[in-house]
Structure formats: structure tokens, C-alpha cells
Design a protein around this ligand. Structure first.
Ligand code: FAD
Length: 418
């Protein structure tokens, strides 16, 4: 039997494709099973912070990102009446402090760039995993179409409703009480200010609005978050394709000042969904099954780290898998969990906390928050995010190697033959 593990990745989203690209870069093959029959252009903008851009550049995506993403110069935060609260420089400061720019990208552009890096060969479309069945030293995947696949390792990169996660824990998504409207507007239909490479954010009681350019500056991506306490029982679901109404969105931000109403007025369609996360996973692996990205730690979008943490997971896991053989997989997964668990739990938790402070009603608490925002603006504010943006996803690998000495020996010969 070959020592090279048969790796099956479930889901061809940002996390699954990054894992496949990072494995490929290390000469390790995998198979990717994706439920969608075609990878169509769904979604809108995704923020990519230096902690994800750096490893994506290492995977060879630098040119594609420079072409299709927008390098963000600054993040500007205002109150709902348009009053300036804070400006944090990104641009050259991110390069200097964290070794990579801060990008805004259309999710579909990032997914396409990753797919081109991975190539078509490992990808099987229209293969929805129904169940995951551990079988001794192997794992069987059962698909909706009645087919099966056997692997030495299954990685669930299958998003917030992950089927693979059910192998690890019996839990459910947690509703935040909030809904989000998202959309894309051509920038040439907006005032000139919309072209500036900035993330603009307006904060108000119970809600906020954020927008930034994507696709080389052609489109403005926006997200408007507002309370939706009726969501779980009503027509609001966790979905990236449910239609919302621009009129309903305009009403939710009635009286707000700034670019917001130009953006809403120019949007022909909006998507809407309810915002969920989950509690942190107590353990990330069961034998030869693990998870990454939203399957492991779905988070509210208030630190804009969902895609970034999926990239970090993927790079960490790929490094560990490339340094082991079949027998070392369980130890590699434990090292992966040790490296990723606490960090992603802190970010999930932090995102929930941000939701409360971003949505404070007008009054003394809001005044205190605004004061803190003003104090932590500028370069100092960026430095305070070093724990987030300065993180290196590539593990040092000492722990994985010492815990699987045999594996390390095998991987040496594997690399030299790759
Ligand atoms: P996801 O990006 O959710 O990818 C999961 C993948 O697994 C999907 O391709 C899904 O079809 C597949 N899958 C799920 N179940 C199965 C199964 N049983 N068998 C096989 N395959 C399965 N975030 C933003 O910030 N802005 C956006 O505009 C945005 N648009 C999105 C559009 C779509 C269609 C999706 C699925 C997600 C979107 N996200 C967006 C979320 C964002 O991509 C993720 O939060 C983040 O990138 C983490 O990615 P992930 O790979 O862990 O999960």
C-alpha cells in the first residue's frame, strides 16, 4: 500500500481550494468533491487581510490578486449621520508592518484564481456528500448519487452547514438576531468617491453598512447588517442566493447620511440572509476526519476574517500533511487542532463582541465607543491588529515532526521524489 495518503477534500469553496493548492505546491495530491454542478458567480466582496494575502502570494496567486482585487488604502468609519469617527491606513502600512497588502476581492474572482492554480483534474463537481463513515484506518464517503469514495483522510471544507462536522460533534448553527443584505453596483453609476480604494463603514443603532470596491475597481460591493429577529421562522434563511428588495433595504437605513443611499439607489438586486455562527469546536479531529474554514469555525462577519481564517487553516494543514505519511495522519491532525483551535475560537468570540459595540444605540456607551475608536485610529490602530494581520499561517513544524518521527523520514523521501 502506498505511503502517500489518499486525501479527500469535501467542498470547493475558498478553504477547500486553498488546501488543494497548498498541497499541490508541496507535491501532495488530493481529490475535491463539490456538491455544485458548476461553480457559478455567486457572492459578492470578500476582504483579504495580510494574514491571508501573504500565504496566497506564496501559493503563486500574487499576480491574479493584483489584477482582480483592489488594494485597500484605508478603512474609514463614520457614525450614521456621516460624522467621521476613525481612519485606519492600510496600503503601504500593511506591507511595511505585515509584509502584504489588504485586498478586497470578489469571491468568484478568488475562487477562479484558486481553481486555475489547482487545475481541473482533482475536482469532481455534482458530488454532494451525504455521510462520512470511518472504517478503521480509512474513511468512506457516501454521496447523494449513491456512489462512494474511500480515503485515508477526509477534510470537511463544506461550509457552515457542514456534513463532515457531524462526524465530530452534534451541534447546530447559532442565530445572531441579525440579517444582512449584500449586493454589487457598477462604480460608474455612483459618485466619484465610490472609486476610492477604501473600506467605508457607517455605524448606527442596531445596524451598520459597509462598502468597498472589488474587481479591479469596476464594482462596489456592499453589506448592510440590520436586526432580523423573525429570521429563523420567516423567509430569511442562511443562503447566499435568496433575493431581497432594495426598497426594504432603503427603509432599514432611512435617515442615514453619506454614500449609503446612492449605493442602495443604484442597486438593481440585493441578496439577503440571516447571520449565523457556531460555538467553538472542542476537538477538530476524529481519527482520520477533520474540518477547516466555516465547517470548523463559522463566524459573524464583524472582523472580516471568515475567508482569511479558512486560508490560514488550509495552509497550516497542508504543511503538516506534506510532512507525514498515512500512519502519521492522526498525529498531524492533533497538531493542526492545537495550532488552530484557540486562535479561531478567539476570532469567533471577538466577532460576536464587535457586533455589540458596532451597534450601540446613541447615548453614553456610544460616546465612549466613539472616543475609543478615535483614540485607536491611525497607524497605532493598525499596529493593534498585529495579532490578527501579522499571524504566520505556516507552522514551524517542530511539534509535528517530533511527534511523528517515522513520518518525517518518509516525507523526506516523498519530497525528493516529487
Ligand atoms: P464556503 O465558502 O462556504 O464553501 C463551502 C463549499 O462546500 C461550497 O462550495 C459548498 O457548495 C460545498 N459543500 C457544502 N456542503 C457540501 C456537501 N455536502 N458535499 C460537497 N460539497 C459541499 N463571504 C463573503 O464574505 N462574501 C461573499 O460574497 C460570500 N459569498 C459566498 C457565496 C457562496 C456560494 C458561498 C458558499 C459562500 C460565500 N461566502 C461569502 C462565505 C465565504 O466564502 C466563507 O465564509 C469563507 O470563505 C470560508 O470558506 P469555506 O471554504 O470554509 O466555506
Amino acid at each position: 500500500m502506498s505511503a502517500v495518503p489518499r486525501i479527500a477534500v469535501v467542498g470547493a469553496g475558498i478553504g477547500g481550494l486553498t488546501l488543494a493548492a497548498a498541497l499541490r505546491g508541496r507535491g501532495v495530491p488530493c481529490r475535491i468533491f463539490e456538491q455544485a454542478r458548476r461553480l457559478t458567480e455567486v457572492g459578492a466582496g470578500v476582504q483579504l487581510a495580510p494574514n491571508a494575502v501573504r500565504p496566497l502570494r506564496d501559493l503563486g496567486l500574487g499576480g491574479r490578486l493584483a489584477e482582480s482585487a483592489v488594494a485597500i488604502e484605508a478603512m474609514e468609519t463614520r457614525g450614521w449621520e456621516g460624522e467621521p469617527l476613525a481612519r485606519t491606513p492600510f496600503g503601504a502600512a500593511c506591507e511595511q508592518l505585515f509584509g502584504a497588502p489588504y485586498y478586497a476581492v470578489h469571491r468568484a474572482d478568488l475562487q477562479r484564481a484558486l481553481l486555475d492554480t489547482v487545475g481541473p483534474e482533482p475536482l469532481s463537481l455534482g458530488r454532494a456528500v451525504r455521510s462520512v463513515v470511518p472504517q478503521g484506518d480509512a474513511v468512506r464517503l457516501d454521496f447523494d448519487d449513491g456512489s462512494t469514495h474511500h480515503a485515508d483522510l477526509v477534510v470537511g471544507a463544506d461550509g457552515i452547514h457542514s456534513v463532515v462536522r457531524q462526524t465530530l460533534i452534534d451541534d447546530a448553527p447559532v442565530f445572531s438576531g441579525l440579517g444582512v443584505y449584500r449586493g454589487l453596483v457598477p462604480v460608474d453609476e455612483l459618485p466619484a468617491a465610490a472609486r476610492e480604494p477604501r473600506i467605508r463603514m457607517w455605524l448606527g443603532p442596531g445596524r451598520h453598512f459597509v462598502c468597498y470596491p472589488v474587481r479591479g475597481g469596476e464594482l462596489l460591493s456592499f453589506a448592510a447588517i440590520a436586526p432580523r429577529h423573525d429570521a429563523p421562522t420567516g423567509s430569511w434563511v442562511e443562503s447566499w442566493s435568496a433575493e431581497g428588495s432594495p426598497a426594504e433595504l432603503a427603509a432599514a437605513f432611512d435617515g442615514w447620511r453619506g454614500l449609503i443611499h446612492d449605493v442602495i439607489g443604484a442597486s438593481r438586486s440585493v441578496r439577503r440572509w440571516a447571520l449565523y455562527d457556531r460555538e467553538a469546536l472542542p476537538h477538530w479531529a476524529a481519527g482520520r476526519v477533520t474540518v477547516l474554514g466555516d465547517a470548523a469555525h463559522p463566524m459573524l462577519p464583524f472582523l472580516a476574517q471568515g475567508a482569511n481564517q479558512a486560508v490560514e487553516d488550509a495552509v497550516d494543514l497542508a504543511c503538516r500533511l506534506a510532512a507525514t505519511d498515512r500512519s502519521g495522519i492522526p498525529a498531524a491532525l492533533l497538531a493542526y487542532q492545537a495550532a488552530r483551535g484557540a486562535r479561531t475560537a478567539a476570532i469567533q468570540h471577538g466577532a460576536r463582541g464587535h457586533s455589540a459595540s458596532m451597534h450601540l444605540p446613541d447615548g453614553p456607551l456610544r460616546a465612549q465607543r466613539d472616543l475609543e475608536l478615535r483614540r485607536s485610529a491611525g497607524l497605532e490602530g493598525l499596529r493593534q491588529r498585529a495579532w490578527l494581520y501579522g499571524h504566520r499561517a505556516e507552522p514551524a513544524m517542530t511539534s509535528a515532526k517530533t511527534s511523528t518521527k517515522t513520518s518525517a523520514r518518509t516525507s523526506k523521501s516523498k519530497r525528493s521524489s516529487a
